[in-house]
Design a protein around this ligand. Structure first.
Ligand code: ZN
Length: 153
């Protein structure tokens, strides 16, 4: 199987059966991000938990509509980020951002990015990069807000 069609398959799987979808309670912060150029929208909630050392991501819940890339990307993101300490989650997010800014040049690290490597090809299409980043940027925004509220700051 060609790599491109394998990647296509991963994206379609997440689009058809999104993971962790639906808005859940309780949550520490909620954000709504839109990508007007494509019409993608995501409402995303983050729940952090105090693990003693540093906060970890207890849950990410969301409701989203839009193109297959934006929908699949937020689903993949929740798989990678839920359960991780916030600092490690931020590193994964930064690595995905770097991949998206690579113009198709980067060799994605599957150990870190898992199914998110399927979006490597998207970095060659500037108009679609915002679709792929929408959920990730919403998560980063919500987490920054959550970290500044409650007793986790
Ligand atoms: Zn889109």
């Amino acid at each position: 199987m060609q790599l491109e069609s394998l990647y296509q398959e991963i994206i379609l799987d997440h689009y058809r059966s999104p993971h962790h979808k639906g808005l859940r309670e309780p949550y520490d912060a909620e954000v709504r991000h839109v990508n007007p150029t494509c019409g993608d929208e995501v409402t995303l909630r983050v729940t952090l938990k105090d693990t003693g050392a540093e906060p970890a991501v207890a849950d990410i819940s969301y409701d989203a509509l839009g193109c297959s890339i934006s929908q699949a990307s937020v689903s993949v993101m929740t798989d990678l980020i839920i359960g991780k300490p916030v600092s490690e989650a931020m590193e994964i997010c930064d690595e995905f951002l770097a991949l998206m800014q690579s113009r198709g040049e980067a060799e994605p690290d599957e150990d870190t990015l898992g199914d998110a490597i399927a979006f490597a090809g998207v970095s060659r299409y500037p108009a679609r990069i915002k679709c792929a980043l929408l959920g990730w940027m919403a998560w980063k925004d919500a987490t920054a807000q959550a970290a500044h509220t409650g007793d986790l700051s």
